[in-house]
Design a protein around this ligand. Structure first.
Ligand SMILES: Nc1ncnc2c1ncn2[C@@H]1O[C@H](COP(=O)(O)OP(=O)(O)OP(=O)(O)O)[C@@H](O)[C@H]1O
Length: 336
């Protein structure tokens, strides 16, 4: 079967609730900002599912909607449409009290600006202790247990040596690793990191990404890292690419052992197909074949072929009439 499709999709978003059981589930998430009468669609039907305990990176160019997504997942902004459920909390319908509880104990955050993560007049220990004390009314942790937990978290993040220092007396990497300890102090179910390495050099970025991976492994906290840095995919098993406010491709990374017993990393890229069959072709594929406006498709037994559409003059006129459907295909007995 062969047909031609428009590359631009002007269709209205169709509800797509992602698989049950995901710790983070977004279905056809839409966020429209209206300023001075101009509308910007920052998210245009984004679908995303992250399993409990998974560590996933969301990567995209500037303006692709990464921060908008994270601001919604952190409960600081409400989407215009679609669905977003994190650790069982429906982010579209939660009330004020639930929002406070959600931000205080369900999710932990690490932001790009180190100054947003840590209070400058408190030491590393005091910064980590603060969320524990704020939550202590409903918690069974004694004062001594809280002190032990602070120490254990700083050790886990390998920043025990800066316990008594204020942020201004630490390196950027030490500040971000302390910020991760603060974010997971109350054992949140989900850890959200927005460009956590944005202000760091390459070597320090690697340390911070490995620290996030270590915390994910040790505590099982579901972790979502949003960044423009494509090298993040070397530190996580799954990288989701977003383009124009939608998930476009996913890169899965796994370790294989070859016939000589040597471990090697294998990455595979997949296009994301939503519930109604929409997918985005990778940008380099589009450029390589100069695909624009519309493409020709063919359904083969085990794959779908995509070709640049031939100029109109070369396209054979389709047969239409009572014996054919709207695409010129011959009607079957069932159609009739
Ligand atoms: N409050 C707002 N009002 C109007 N438009 C906004 C607002 N916030 C974001 N946008 C627009 O939405 C789109 C997505 O922005 P967003 O900040 O989510 O992208 P991003 O991928 O995080 O980019 P960057 O990596 O540069 O931070 C952009 O076109 C941006 O200009």
């Amino acid at each position: 079967m062969s047909t031609t499709i428009e590359l631009t999709d002007g269709g209205a978003p169709v509800s797509a609730v992602p698989a049950e059981g995901g710790e983070i589930r977004c279905g056809d998430l839409v966020r429209i900002f209206a300023t001075d009468g101009v509308e910007v669609q920052a998210l245009q039907g984004l679908t995303l599912s992250v399993d409990p305990g998974e560590i996933v990176a969301v990567v995209g160019a500037s303006g692709s909607g990464k921060s908008t997504l994270l601001t919604i997942l952190s409960g600081l902004d409400t989407p215009t449409g679609g669905s977003a459920v994190v650790a069982g909390t429906d982010l579209l319908t939660m009330g004020h009290a639930e929002r406070v509880r959600y931000q205080r104990s369900t999710v932990g955050f690490v932001w790009q600006q180190t100054s947003r993560n840590l209070l400058p007049y408190l030491t590393a220990s005091e910064n980590v202790r603060l969320p524990l004390e704020l939550a202590s009314r409903g918690s069974s942790l004694s004062r001594r247990d809280r002190a032990r937990r602070v120490e254990a978290l700083l050790e886990l993040l390998e920043v025990g040596h800066v316990a008594g220092r204020r942020p201004g007396e630490m390196s950027g990497g030490e500040q971000q690793r302390t910020a991760i300890a603060v974010a997971v102090a109350n054992s949140p179910r989900v850890l959200l990191a927005d460009e956590p390495t944005g202000e760091l050099d390459e070597a320090t970025s690697v340390e911070v990404l490995e620290a996030l991976r270590g915390v994910n492994r040790e505590t099982g906290v579901t972790t979502l890292i949003v960044t423009h840095d494509p090298t993040v995919s070397e530190h996580v098993a799954r990288t989701i690419q977003i383009r124009d406010g939608r998930t476009s491709t996913e890169t899965l990374r796994r370790t294989e052992t070859d016939e000589h017993g040597e471990a090697r990393h294998v990455s595979e890229e997949f296009a994301v197909v939503d519930r109604v069959g929409r997918l985005q072709l990778p940008q380099d594929f589009v450029h390589a074949l100069d695909l624009r406006d519309r493409v020709r498709l063919a359904l083969e037994p085990d794959h779908v072929g995509v070709w640049p559409a031939a100029p109109q003059s070369l396209v054979e006129p389709v047969e239409t009439g009572p014996g054919t459907d709207e695409l010129g295909r011959r009607k079957t007995e069932e159609d009739r």
